[in-house]
Design a binder for this molecule. Structure first.
Ligand code: ZN
Length: 437
């Protein structure tokens, strides 16, 4: 949490309401700037980088939707939380605001306490954001435009606190956004890397904050089979592959090899376990404010690798594999969000057994066994176009419904964020989508 008061920007054209906002929010300890229309709002958002924006929908000269769209299209506004306030409380308007990337909707007229509640909730919730969702290799193009083509990069955010999971090609845009937000303030950035296959590290050389003097970057991950983690990261920036060496990046970069099952990364409590994938790969379970996110990308169920899919479950190998898979289910137990490898269809898995990935119905089975609240199907196959990912999601939802489970399933979308309120505040999660650029 910042040591200063939260800075709020309010866009409201009604003079009476402007006073209401200012009085209610300043009395509650917030720093408040009020402007009249979206154009002034964009300038103020850029200049002062507020912690939260509250905008009316029907402001003069620029509609609230247009404001959100334009703010999201600039690097400094991609991560900025927005609450929409409107007398147009139609369900379609609320849905549209959330789809555009608002984190909350407050219908007019509202009570002072309702305003304070939604502001507090928006500032305290944990936000998981997907910057890259594609497995194996980046696959941009018209056929992957809706789900995105960048390779794994996810952030967990709580206020000013940020933890990066993996440094695939999605990391590039995150770096651009962080740099735009920071202006000239030094940043301390923390990153976990599950393993060093290309698709999980190729964004690293393009991470702008790593080039900024005064910044500090702490990287945590397992060593590879033969080399220290730092040597692997250095190796991909060898002059034969990249024009800048790791040592020439101007930020202070500290690489930590993960050897303990539990450790703290800033305010995030992290648990780590090895999972079944060629080489050395870890899954992470991250706890912040009681919100638990488990990230297990690039893994294959032991029981199907060791024994044939149709093998007698009582057989020695199937039994052993099942026990090992149970360890991952326990690792993900009761997660608010389980982000899971779901690269193949069941039909594809039969041909790609031993390639180190999971078929999506098995990801659902594990999430249900773990009693996770929400599952994000992740690491989409580069050969899967948007329609195929739609079909994956449809089949997974069908499986969940057939079991009578209340697991919420969705397919991870590049640019999408999922807001999770700490259990102490409430028990809900909202998915929002931000347009890709
Ligand atoms: Zn891998």
């Amino acid at each position: 949490m910042p040591n200063r008061p939260h800075r709020l920007l309010v866009i409201e054209d009604d003079p009476g309401l402007r006073d209401v906002f200012r009085l209610a929010l300043e009395t509650a300890g917030y720093e408040v700037e009020v402007v009249e229309d979206g154009g002034a709002g964009l300038s103020a958002a850029f200049e002062r980088q507020p912690d939260l924006v509250i905008t009316d929908l029907l402001t003069p000269r620029m509609h609230g939707y247009e404001f959100i769209r334009r703010l999201r299209a600039t690097p400094h506004g991609v991560r900025m939380p927005i609450i929409v306030v409107s007398g147009q409380a139609y369900a379609t308007d609320q849905r549209r605001a959330i789809e555009l990337g608002a984190c909350g909707f407050l219908p007019k007229p509202f009570q002072r306490q309702q305003l304070l509640d939604i502001v507090k909730r928006s500032l305290s919730q944990v936000r998981v954001r997907f910057w890259g969702v594609r497995g194996s290799i980046a696959a941009p193009g018209p056929e992957t435009i809706r789900y995105g083509g960048n390779t794994p990069c996810v952030t967990i955010e709580r206020g000013q606190d940020l933890l990066i999971l993996d440094s695939g090609t999605g990391l590039r845009k995150l770096g651009v956004c962080l740099q735009a937000e920071a202006k000239r303030t030094p940043q301390h950035i923390r990153m976990l890397i599950t393993h060093t296959h290309w698709d999980h590290i190729q964004g690293f050389p393009f991470f702008v904050p790593a080039y900024v003097p005064g910044n500090r970057l702490d990287v945590y991950g397992p060593p590879s089979v033969e080399k220290p983690l730092e040597k692997v990261l250095r190796g991909q920036m060898d002059p034969a592959y990249f024009p800048v060496a790791l040592g020439d990046m101007a930020a202070e970069i500290v690489v930590h090899e993960v050897r303990e099952p539990e450790f703290d990364v800033g305010p995030f409590r992290v648990s780590a376990m090895y999972i079944n994938h060629p080489g050395i790969t870890m899954a992470f379970r991250i706890d912040i404010d009681g919100v638990v996110v488990t990230y297990a990308t690039d893994t294959e169920p032991y029981r199907f690798l060791l024994a044939d899919r149709n093998a007698d479950p009582e057989s020695e190998l199937a039994d052993y594999g099942g026990k090992r898979d149970g360890e991952l289910a326990r690792f993900a137990a009761n997660a608010d969000l389980y982000i899971a490898d779901s690269q193949y269809s069941p039909e594809e898995y039969n041909m790609k057994r031993g390639w180190g990935h999971t078929c999506y119905t098995d990801a659902v089975e594990l999430a249900m066994a773990a009693q996770a609240r929400r599952l994000a199907l992740f690491s989409h196959d580069p050969m899967h176009d948007d329609d195929m990912v739609d079909e994956k999601l449809r089949r997974c939802k069908e499986l969940v419904a057939s079991r009578g489970s209340d697991l919420v399933v969705h397919a991870a979308i590049e640019g999408q964020s999922i807001d999770i309120e700490p259990a102490a505040t409430a028990a809900s999660a909202t998915a929002t989508s931000a347009p890709k650029s």
